[in-house]
Design a protein around this ligand. Structure first.
Ligand code: FIX
Ligand code: ZN
Length: 444
């Protein structure tokens, strides 16, 4: 048998022999397509959160990624756009980006992929057919269909304990769909302290703008209560590119003295999403956020000073990705995750996934969807699966050239780690990962 041949004949997959790179490709494609995902960061909500659930064509088209693209091609001003109804906004986006142009961007292709998966006309001149299709869907059935199509077994919401629409559901005794896990989002606390002090006070916590000992202990009490209520899998925050951990601003103070102690006390990971510049163009509202290159050493320092806390880390700037891999090699309490937002494009996911495989093996989480509209799970995971399959295939082919063949079981084990196992283990969703031992018979 040459280096280029693989024989799976004694593996437990029934002996389907893969004798060359074409067979390897088939196995990788099949496994990646079939492996269920635990999506660790979304902005989706369980059905119990009512109006926060977004789905169907008008929501899909009103995605802020597409709104940003609209202004590059339309003469409509942001003020005019925000004055339109949601239906009119969707019509305008469809007409501009899909009828008058070829939908080549990642976000526009995504809408096409969703429509195609649902059997809708992707060349339609207007949205009548699509609207009619969604009008006839029952929300419960549609949720099942999307989860099935995207092979997402469960997902993590982004839950804000200071959001007035969201909190009543948490305060009720309603049982939340167990496929929707919580994550407790700290953005308002860590990035807008002055504004949220009155809201925390309104919830009965005696906090002040100036951070004194009582404010710290009351913030801990607030977090403690919400952790008990939400049972989050992790605490999370998005941070600007100029974030520093040692600053004396409220953010660093609260992080050091309230958030990290709570992570320890509840054995919870802290997710840091670093590099966002909010409202670079405020007229575009949510579509107006940008990014900046951050200092990865700040995260390294946090990992070094808090070895008993597990960090989930993602950076928004492409320029930070290689540095993140290197820092992850130094700190086993750091788990890199996802290709966030502006990185969620074929060329960049390709690059990042490959450098992570090369520097970290399978000890990272390649992707999260960041979906805001349920239907987006279909395209975001379809696109990511394709790219991850390519990267994995090439890694296995290189390994084969170096003298070791992989079994189908090993491919399944790797895919499971990447798509769910690493995350579930990190946040304690499973006690131990079930590691299969694949049998390889091909000797190079
Ligand atoms: O901070 C975040 O979680 C970001 O993902 C969002 O704020 C952003 O608007 C988004 O949807 C990116 O995909
Ligand atoms: Zn997000």
């Amino acid at each position: 048998m040459t280096n280029r041949q693989i024989d799976y004949s004694t593996a437990e997959d029934g002996g389907g022999a893969a004798r060359d790179e074409r067979e390897l490709r088939r196995h990788v494609d099949e496994v990646i397509a079939a492996t269920p995902v635990t999506d660790l960061h979304t902005h989706l909500y369980a059905p119990q959160f009512g109006e926060l659930n977004l789905w169907a064509i008008d929501e899909l088209l009103n995605y802020h990624y597409l709104i940003a693209e609209l202004f590059r091609s339309s003469t409509v001003t942001p003020e005019e756009f925000w004055g339109l109804s949601k239906t009119q906004q969707a019509d305008l986006i469809w007409q501009t980006l899909f009828v008058e142009q070829t939908p080549l961007s990642e976000a526009t292709r995504g809408v096409i992929a969703v429509m195609s998966a649902l059997g809708l006309d992707t060349r339609a001149r207007d949205l009548r057919e699509a609207r009619e299709f969604f009008r006839t869907q029952r929300a419960e059935d549609y949720l099942e269909r999307v989860l099935k199509l995207s092979r997402v077994s469960d997902l993590v919401m982004t839950n804000d304990p200071l959001d007035e629409i969201e909190t009543p559901t948490w305060e009720s005794s309603v049982e939340i769909d167990p496929r929707f896990h919580a994550s407790l989002r700290l953005d308002r606390i860590l990035n807008g302290w002055t504004e949220i002090v009155p809201r925390m006070s309104a919830q009965g916590y005696q906090v002040r703008v100036e951070i004194d000992r009582r404010t710290i202990s009351e913030t801990r009490r607030f977090l403690d209560d919400w952790i008990v209520r939400m049972k989050p899998l992790y605490l999370g925050v998005s941070l600007p590119d100029d974030f520093t951990y040692l600053e004396e601003a409220p953010r660093a103070h609260l992080l050091r003295d309230a958030v990290l102690p709570m992570c320890r006390e509840h054995d919870l990971s802290l997710a840091l999403m670093v590099g966002v510049r909010r409202r670079v163009n405020p007229a575009l509202r949510m579509a107006g956020d940008g990014l900046g290159r951050a200092d990865v050493n700040v995260v390294a320092r946090m990992c070094a000073e808090n070895p008993d806390v597990r960090f989930l880390i993602t950076f928004l700037s492409r320029e930070n990705q290689h540095e993140l891999c290197v820092v992850a090699r130094k700190f086993s309490n750091l788990m890199p995750f996802g290709c966030w937002w502006f990185l969620n494009n074929t060329s960049i996911i390709t690059e990042i996934t490959r450098e992570r495989l090369e520097l970290l093996g399978t000890s990272f989480i390649p992707q999260h969807s960041d979906a805001r509209v349920l239907d987006q799970l279909i395209y975001k995971w379809e696109h990511s699966r394709r790219i991850i399959a390519d990267a994995l295939y090439d890694s296995y082919a290189e390994l084969l050239r170096d003298g070791r063949a992989v079994t189908r079981q090993e491919i399944e084990r790797d895919a499971t780690r990447l798509f769910s196992g690493n995350f579930r283990q990190w946040v304690g969703l499973v006690a131990t990962e079930k590691v299969e031992s694949g049998v390889v018979v091909s000797a190079p």
